[in-house]
Ligand binder design. Structure first.
Ligand code: FMN
Length: 360
């Protein structure tokens, strides 16, 4: 029996470890039928473990409101009732479903009951917890303080573990399957709504998903895609529409070979030049961001760099490269953007929201 149990655990582990993405998992619907999460490719997902007799149960109403508002824009809420926290999700999945539709008129999919922690936990949850561990309760919220006090009494080190702490923990997943954020049950639904808005809006989600990519596949970018990126660049605003910039897109692999070591080994390089007096650096900078965001929508990765400029403008090894740029008289090479198909998925670096002040 013990052996059988061990091999079951091993199988679950292998399934979890071998799962490359959320779309590799299968779950059971409220009738016990297999559902592949691949069916949700391209959707923004909010995955939540729920309970019907919990202080947080009224969140069902808020979740349904989110679903009504953003469902048509691509949000799916995947609800997994779980009886592990205070045994607050008793009864069969049918009874739970009846309760939720009668009391909260939920329309989002409700899956079979699962366990989210421990030996019998759903492999989906093993994976989710590995993607985003516990980030703490919001200490400024009285309910956050209460949860912290209650759990610390049971286990002084509870916050060091990634397990699910209580009902209504939520994971937000992007349209391309990245786990973006884990929310504890006490986190404000308004914060979650703001994050959902960013994801369902294609421009916002593109901005949020762009990262500096520093490892590329050995595959040149198609010329048409480089043209589209360049077009996005020159459609940036410029002072009095003077367009005081010069853009050089290097496709010639022999020229790139001389400078690749300094430019992240990208299969293509965009060089942006601006007047040497620096008066139009701002315009040239704006076009760079346009190009990087356009590249992102085309499945390409980019990294803006000023580090290699000294090498590119002075080093002997870069002479042929430099001459090929045909930089206009009175212009300087301001920055380069390496561009190519990404061979890494860098995590978002933290942003400091305190840099923004609202003067009302
Ligand atoms: C003006 C400028 C110069 C940069 N120069 C370099 C560089 O020389 N090498 C590099 O690897 N990244 C460079 N970066 C990329 C930043 O390191 C990166 O944008 C920052 O760490 C934030 O990460 P993210 O772009 O992934 O959000 C530069 C960014 C800017 C805006």
């Amino acid at each position: 029996m013990k052996k059988f149990f061990t091999s079951l655990c091993l199988m679950a582990c292998v399934l979890t470890v071998s799962a490359q993405s959320i779309y590799d998992f299968k779950v059971k619907d409220d009738e016990g039928k297999d559902v592949s999460l691949a069916d949700y490719k391209g959707k923004v997902l909010l995955i939540v473990n729920t309970a019907t007799r919990c202080g947080f149960t009224p969140q069902y109403k808020e979740l349904e409101a989110l679903y009504e508002k953003y469902g048509s824009e691509g949000l799916e809420i995947l609800d997994f009732p779980c009886n592990q926290f205070g045994q607050q999700a008793p009864g069969s999945i049918q009874e739970i479903h009846e309760f939720c539709t009668a009391n909260f008129a939920i329309r989002f999919p409700q899956f079979d009951k699962i366990e989210v922690n421990g030996a019998n936990e759903s492999p989906l949850y093993t994976w989710l917890k590995a993607q985003k561990g516990f980030g703490g309760f919001d200490a400024s919220d009285p309910r956050g303080k209460m949860m912290d006090g209650m759990l610390r009494k049971q286990d002084a080190d509870y916050d060091k573990k990634s397990d699910i702490k209580w009902n209504f923990t939520k994971f937000l997943v992007s349209r391309d399957g990245q786990v973006l954020q884990r929310y504890e049950p006490t986190d404000k639904l308004s914060d979650i709504e703001a994050a959902i808005q960013m994801q369902v809006n294609p421009v916002m989600s593109n901005i949020m998903a762009r990262r500096s990519v520093r490892k590329y596949l050995d595959k040149p970018v198609e010329h048409e895609k480089l043209e589209a990126v360049a077009l996005a660049g020159i459609n940036a605003p410029s002072a009095m529409n003077r367009q005081n910039w010069a853009v050089r897109i290097i496709e010639n692999q022999a020229l790139l070979a001389d400078v690749k070591d300094m430019c992240r080994h990208a299969p293509n390089l965009i060089c942006v030049c601006a007047p040497a007096d620096g008066r139009f650096d701002l315009d040239a900078g704006l076009m760079g961001q346009n190009m990087m965001l356009a590249a992102q929508t085309l499945g390409l990765g980019t990294c803006i760099q000023t580090g290699p400029i000294r090498f590119l403008t002075t080093n002997e090894k870069a002479q042929a490269f430099r001459e090929s740029l045909d930089i206009p008289e009175g212009y300087k090479l301001l920055y380069v953007i390496s561009i190519g198909y990404p061979d890494e998925q860098p995590a978002a670096k933290p942003r400091d929201v305190s840099k923004v002040k609202y003067i009302q």
